[in-house]
Design a protein around this ligand. Structure first.
Ligand code: FES
Length: 264
């Protein structure tokens, strides 16, 4: 990175950090006011930047549609900032169904604020998206390695009461063994995680193209960018870790995004 670029990056980090608190409050306020499902946080400012609707596309530019996603597979994209990773998952809906708008799941963030998750979109409401930032110590998928992974297969885990459970299609953080359930808004099933993964609202247009357009629940964007924004900016070749995702964001299979997946 040349010196001028490095200076711009440092300046933007400082500017972003100073303006983030107010903006995060705006996003949280939006999530507190949700009545039925994901209230639309598009247009809400986070870190002084407006969250805007972002089309999901493959690296070749082709739009992501429901049919183009493999069942039981997780993908990585970045939203609402180019530095903040998210999971896009098409769940297999043969064994379990996500909730829908008629029966949203009520979840609680670590501050005791409740919000509602209305399920996924597309066939069987099986397409879901969450912030891929573990709510314990912010483990996340990075290009060299990921400790936070979606596991489609049947697996044993131990719940918070220490009881052995079986589950499939769950999200595991192998840093300190938190487990999240993407069928129920990524609520915490096990481990030290303090709250569900933040939810990313998805919409599908008339051409079946998918868009990310809101973020709700207890997001950890402020802490994440403060702690990892500099490294993310270098890894993703960004001059500003608070740069919003833009009109499109690239969607990559999770097992291709990270060179190594730590499984537990
Ligand atoms: S960072 Fe995920 S469990 Fe600790």
């Amino acid at each position: 990175m040349d010196r001028r670029k490095f200076t711009r990056l440092c300046s933007s980090l400082v500017a972003g950090a100073s303006s983030l608190s107010l903006a995060s409050r705006a996003a949280i306020a939006a999530s507190e006011n949700q009545s039925e499902a994901a209230s639309d946080t598009a247009g809400v400012e986070v870190a002084g930047r407006k969250i805007r609707s972002t089309q999901l596309v493959f690296p070749n530019g082709a739009p992501v549609t429901a049919d183009s996603l493999a069942e039981g597979t997780a993908y990585i994209f970045h939203f609402p900032f180019k530095s903040t990773p998210g999971f896009l998952i098409r769940l297999r809906s043969d064994a379990r169904q996500t909730s829908d708008k008629s029966s949203p799941v009520t979840l609680t963030d670590k501050n005791g604020r409740s919000y509602q998750w209305a399920g996924g979109v597309g066939p069987g409401n099986a397409i879901v998206a969450f912030s891929a930032i573990c709510t314990h110590k912010m483990s996340h998928p990075a290009k060299p390695v990921s400790h936070l992974n979606f596991r489609p297969e049947d697996k044993v885990y131990y719940d918070r009461q220490g009881q052995q459970q079986n589950g499939s299609q769950l999200i595991y953080c192998c840093s300190e063994h938190s487990v999240y359930d993407p069928f129920e808004g990524a609520r915490v099933l096990s481990g030290p995680a303090s709250q569900p993964l933040a939810s990313i609202g998805l919409t599908i247009d008339k051409d079946d193209s998918l868009y990310a357009d809101s973020l709700y629940g207890g997001d950890m964007l402020e802490q994440f960018v403060e702690k990892f924004g500099f490294r993310q900016a270098i890894e993703q070749n960004l001059t500003d870790p608070y740069e919003t995702s833009g009109p499109t964001t690239s969607v990559v299979p999770a097992d291709e995004f990270s060179a190594m997946q730590i499984l537990c």
